[in-house]
Design a protein around this ligand. Structure first.
Ligand code: NAD
Length: 734
């Protein structure tokens, strides 16, 4: 064994077959850290030195996964000053992988588990790839989802292996993570094995049959499959790619897809070595920029902190739910029942009549049929899932349920009534949850005997697709209930954030600011189509006026009425938002209440589909020729949400920065490029010239307050942090 290699073990048999086993002794997964780089250099030297006695090479790993990719702790710290270092380190890895690839001996990747990003790039440098069909094993290049590109030869080689179009669409631009079987179908791996023994046997068989392997691109006369821009026929299709990109990003500031496209196209027109340099430059450009830092922070570190239970009370034994009662089989209840049954929990789905309950179960039947027809599950598994859901109208059928999730109409006295009906039927210590989206949890808890077991569990629609659940702790909710609610959300494979009780909690309250801001702009006289455009370009997945229509214009009026009453009862004064007058006029004067009413900010056809923005908006609101800077329009939406999130931290409704970031992206569509609502402030790029980070954000908020109203005045907590040179982070977790 080479003394310099600490993370790659060299095993050689008598026939001259070398197996390189990647096994970082200091981490649970292999990453491209310094130790790996040094080890790769050492084994490459040895392979070249001992080449004559080597017949072939298998690369595999001793971990559960094959290789996890780049070390994100290193990458998030890259600055423009250290960018050259990153470039040099990256080029060193590429050079060594290239030396192995051109050794003149067959090299096979035996992927014993997930091979994502850098891991898949190692496999790409091999002449043959076999993957073990292990459960949950994933293969692909997800770098784009962290604002990066595969900088270890992934762009250069996928383009040469699959052609530009397939490399971009199947691997690079979406960052799709394939199961081993799907990876094979899409040409990412050559073969799949059922067992570890078969994996290694298949790798050896390739080596036996191909003693002098060479990559296709190193053979004379090689051409990139499907052509390159040098070919006029291919060039004619090229303009379609930027359009695809725009569709993917909505024109929002995601630099990674743009760099990936450039690296692929430019790299396809030059030799392999030059293409490697081009790829490295585009990679370093992304790694040194702010967007990749935002996305790594949110989609890796924050998500990990949230899911691993940084907020779960310590010392409470984990507990699994076996049988859950879902009260109300409407849109939300039906979706919750499906998600619980999918996770293996028995569900009793109760509604006012058996017919309604059966209809609720019908939703699961529809989803299962679809999953079977698409090959995502088997008929047997679908049948087992459906058998776990028992529809009923009888309270006594809930006997033995160890958790209750209520999803009946949004009405406090009705919710009190349904809990009273069942609280003595279910298990005596059952966890009691309400899926209310707006009603304060503390008041709802007053309807049950065991208030400490009562908690809010706010799901998002459609439940089967939306990954987030907002857990709301009422004043009398106990720590045990909080821990159990957390465990239940994890049990159904969703991401839990935890907030304290308050009207609208975190998500409903903050999204209200986004919508109000868009509506207010219409009221000021700005062209409605520009308002929609601004939301899209800021990176919001839904345009603001269309979202208002979906939620219905009567909902904010109802919430406003209740909130105003509560504020006034507490001796405060209500400050009207300029959106209120616009909404009141839409409803009272024009009778337009949103999509469900057939007319809102948009017109709708008989099929309920949008046909276009309502022309009356221009007649009644738009001031011809009136506009404000487009940057202001985008930032008014983003700032309104960010500023209110800081207020929620001040009020103690939110207690964790990671929860705020994750909740905003996964629950209410805050743009992913920002890294979430508080990371947006940390990473504020001073687009409008106000300066960067917290001080820049504060300066810009003051500017917006002067132009558009006091609601943009930065809260004291924000100003204080900016002055102290701090940023938003969960200090306990670093
Ligand atoms: P829905 O109208 O689709 O369903 C409500 C169901 O409750 C109906 O099937 C109704 O028959 C049933 N029901 C009424 N009284 C009942 C009783 N006494 N016992 C049993 N069932 C009874 O409503 P929804 O959209 O599913 O919303 C349900 C709850 O979830 C509400 O509190 C709502 O605020 C909340 N919520 C909704 C959304 C959303 O996007 N729709 C999102 C998060 C939370």
């Amino acid at each position: 064994m080479s003394t310099e290699s600490t993370t790659i073990r060299w095993e050689q048999d008598r026939t001259g077959l070398v197996t390189l086993v990647i096994d970082d002794p200091n981490q649970s997964a292999n990453t491209m850290n310094q130790a790996f780089r040094d080890s790769l250099a050492a084994v490459t030297d040895r392979l070249e030195a001992e080449k004559d006695s080597i017949r072939g090479v298998i690369i595999t790993s001793a971990k559960k996964t094959f290789f996890a990719g780049g070390d994100l702790r290193d990458l998030i710290r890259v600055t423009p000053e250290t960018a050259q270092e990153l470039f040099d380190g990256g080029m060193a890895i590429k050079r060594n992988l290239r030396r192995i690839e051109t050794l003149g001996k067959p090299v096979v990747a035996a992927l014993n588990g997930a091979a994502l990003g850098g891991g898949y790039e190692i496999a790409l440098a091999c002449h043959h790839r076999v993957a073990l069909d292990a459960p949950g094993s994933k293969i692909g290049c997800p770098e784009v989802t962290l604002g990066l590109l595969p900088g270890g030869g992934g762009v250069v080689r996928t383009v040469r292996m699959l052609g530009i179009a397939d490399a971009l669409l199947k691997v690079l631009l979406q960052g799709t993570q394939y199961s081993p079987r799907r990876a094979q179908e899409n040409g990412l791996v050559d073969d799949v094995a059922e067992t570890r023994e078969e994996l290694l046997a298949k790798a050896r068989a390739f080596i036996d049959a191909n003693p002098e392997s060479q990559q296709p691109w190193d053979k004379p006369g090689y051409r990139i499959p499907g052509g390159t821009p040098a070919n006029p026929k291919f060039a004619a299709n090229l303009p379609a790619f930027p359009a695809t990109l725009r569709k993917q990003t909505g024109g929002a500031p995601y630099p990674a897809p743009r760099n990936i496209l450039a690296a692929a196209v430019e790299g396809s027109q030059v030799d392999f070595e030059t293409a490697q340099v081009i790829e490295a430059r585009y990679f370093v450009d992304l790694a040194a920029g702010q967007t990749s830092k935002n996305m790594i922070q949110a989609f890796f570190f924050d998500l990990q902190a949230v899911n691993s239970g940084a907020n779960r009370p310590k010392g409470v034994e984990p507990r699994q739910v076996r049988k859950v009662a879902v009260l109300g089989a409407g849109m939300m209840g039906a979706g919750i029942a499906y998600s619980c049954a999918r996770a293996g929990i028995d569900v009793v789905l109760k509604d006012v009549s058996l017919e309604s309950a059966l209809e609720g179960k019908g939703y699961s039947e529809k989803l299962c049929a679809k999953a079977v027809s698409k090959g995502r599950t088997t008929q047997q598994k679908a049948d087992a899932l459906l058998a776990r859901i028992t529809p009923t109208a009888e309270a006594q059928d809930l006997a033995g349920c160890d958790a209750v999730i209520e999803a009946v109409f949004e009405d406090t006295s009705l919710k009190h009534k349904v809990f009273q009906e069942i609280q003595n039927v279910v298990a005596p210590d059952a966890l009691l949850c309400s899926n209310t989206s707006t009603l304060p949890i503390t008041a709802l808890a007053e309807g049950v005997e065991r208030q400490s077991d009562f908690i809010g569990l706010h799901f998002f629609s459609p439940v089967d697709k939306m990954p987030l659940v907002e857990i709301i702790k009422g004043e009398r909710t106990g720590e045990e209930a909080l821990a159990r609610a957390f465990d239940l959300v994890r049990q159904i494979n969703k991401t839990p954030i935890v907030v304290n009780d308050s009207r609208g909690f975190f998500t409903s309250r903050v999204i209200g600011h986004f919508i109000n801001e868009g509506v207010a702009m219409v009221g000021e006289g700005i062209e409605p189509a520009s308002v929609e455009q601004a939301a899209a370009q800021a990176g919001y997945p839904a345009k603001v006026l269309s979202l208002m229509d979906e939620l219905t214009l009567t909902l904010p009026r109802k919430i406003r009425g209740e909130t105003k009453r509560a504020v006034e009862e507490a001796g405060g004064t209500w400050t009207a938002h300029p959106a209120e007058a616009v909404i009141d006029r839409m409803v009272d004067e024009f009778g337009r209440t949103g999509r469900s009413g057939g007319a809102g900010f948009y017109d709708y056809g008989d099929d309920g589909k949008r046909t276009g923005l309502w022309q009356g908006l221009r007649e009644h609101y738009t001031k011809p020729g009136y506009q404000i800077p487009f940057e202001d329009m985008k930032e008014r939406m983003l700032f309104s949400e960010a500023l209110d999130t800081v207020r929620l931290l001040e009020e103690g409704v939110l207690t964790s920065v990671a929860d705020a970031n994750i909740g905003s992206i996964f629950g209410i569509g805050f743009p992913g490029w920002t890294g979430g609502v508080l990371q947006y402030i940390n990473g504020y790029d001073g687009g409008a010239g106000a300066g960067v980070g917290l001080p820049g954000f504060v300066a810009r908020a003051r500017e917006l307050a002067e132009r558009y109203g006091d609601r943009f005045t930065p809260p004291a907590l924000l100003v204080d942090k900016a002055e102290k040179g701090e940023r938003f982070s969960d200090s306990a977790r670093g």
